[in-house]
Design a protein around this ligand. Structure first.
Ligand code: MG
Length: 419
């Protein structure tokens, strides 16, 4: 399927009480409207987005540029999917202006989603549920939340009541009441016709569904999360920030990278080995350009691999004199710096040493502590294992030593990257 996105963003937000309209209020490193647009910008099924902004709006151009769009209102030839039109004096007129901008691009049976610029917390799951639930339906529907609080109908104000207080006339049956959210999803042709009929009758619906209800239609109510809040007061921004941060923290378990590394060095003349940054006395040394630490070389490859950054040979070629006899901790530190630039952090490391000798056991805790310190991890996040090869192969014949390493990286950036 494909759909179009229309976003009325021309309101001045009188209840918001700031000099800037609420859709342009800063929120978690962006503006409210950028968060509101994000789920649709990230959805390949969204064929195009039309935003209805205030006339002579001086904030939209900068936001549009950050979204990868053109210079401003009505810019033709915009390479981006985002286009701005001038809004109207009320929501339904702004929506109608935006729909008019889709004429010639959207077919009458195409789906159009209308989403509030002041709803920055739409979850991807709710968008998915709306699309899959409404698609088979002829007319359309909207996200909505069942009323959770007990609801009272107020009586007329009386002089005896304190200022701002009214009496209760009745408790309302909340089981049949839902709060209308957005997106609302309708066929392009039907929505245009319903809004035109309403406007011709001098009626201005407060949401798109109402225009269709006036034509005797019954749009679907699709259960959506109450966290899809509408920013109305400055306090709502604090709540929206908490929702977005919680979602990002929770979502971090999904933002993981895994990497593996392997390294071998032949034994040669010498009386010690470097293993995991620890000097271990041995009857042989290793043949290597650097200090020949197979554990740190495997670890470095695992780190670079998890980050999609190639391998140790590309970053520290043994043809480069700078790395002659190099302390391999430097390779790991430099790889770690590259990961940090990408907002990646190491979650844990698991290393296996493969050799007939030397015995790793006596040095295990020292290696663990050294690697943990190098990576800035708690020692519990680093594991060192060792195995022989039961006398088989080049390792079994004592011709050399090998190591395998696995690492898990997590995205550590406080804010998701801009789309
Ligand atoms: Mg090596």
């Amino acid at each position: 399927m494909r759909y179009w996105l229309v976003m009325p963003a021309a309101g001045s937000g009188r209840r918001f009480g700031a000099c800037s309209p609420k859709q342009y209020a800063p929120l978690e490193g962006r503006t409210v409207i950028e968060w509101a647009l994000r789920p649709f910008l990230e959805d390949g099924r969204c064929a195009g987005l039309v935003v209805a902004v205030p006339a002579a709006d001086d904030e939209w151009p900068a936001i549009n540029a950050r979204l990868g769009g053109g210079a401003g209102t009505g810019s033709e030839g915009n390479v981006s999917r985002v286009r701005a039109v001038e809004g109207g004096d009320c929501r339904s007129r702004s929506v109608r202006h935006a729909l008019a901008a889709l004429a010639g691009r959207a077919a009458p049976a195409d789906w159009v989603l209308v989403h509030d610029a002041a709803r920055p917390c739409l979850a991807a799951e709710d968008l998915e549920r709306l699309l899959t639930s409404v698609e088979p339906h002829a007319l359309g529907g909207l996200l909505a939340a069942p009323a959770a609080d007990t609801l009272k109908r107020a009586s007329a104000p009386e002089p005896a009541h304190p200022a701002g207080a009214v009496g209760v006339a009745a408790t309302v049956d909340r089981s049949v009441l839902w709060r209308a959210l957005t997106p609302q999803m309708f066929r392009y042709g039907r929505l245009c016709a319903a809004l035109d009929a309403a406007h011709a009758a001098g009626r201005f619906p407060t949401d798109e569904a109402e225009a269709l209800e006036w034509q005797g239609e019954h749009p679907l109510l699709i259960a959506g999360a109450a966290s899809n809040i509408k920013i109305t007061t400055p306090d709502d921004l604090l709540l929206a920030g908490a929702i977005l941060r919680a979602r990002h923290t929770h979502g971090r378990s999904m933002q993981m990278r895994i990497g593996s590394g392997f390294d071998v060095h032949a034994f040669g003349p010498g009386d010690f080995l470097m293993l995991g940054g620890i000097r271990i006395a041995h009857s042989r040394g290793v043949v290597a350009h650097s200090d020949g630490d197979v554990v740190l070389h495997a670890l470095c490859d695992a780190l670079l691999g998890a980050a999609g950054l190639g391998d140790i040979g590309q970053h520290f070629p043994d043809s480069d004199a700078r790395w002659r006899g190099a302390d391999s901790r430097r390779f790991v530190s430099e790889a770690l710096a590259l990961l940090r630039q990408q907002g990646l952090a190491v979650a844990n490391v698991d290393v296996t040493v493969l050799a007939q000798a030397p015995k790793v056991g006596p040095h295990r805790e020292a290696m663990r502590a050294a690697i943990a310190a190098l990576l800035g991890l708690a020692p519990e996040r680093v594991n060192i294992k060792a195995t022989t090869t039961e006398g088989l192969g080049f390792l079994g014949r004592g011709e050399g030593i090998a190591s395998q390493a696995s690492v898990l990286l997590v995205e550590s950036a406080p804010c998701p990257p801009r789309s």
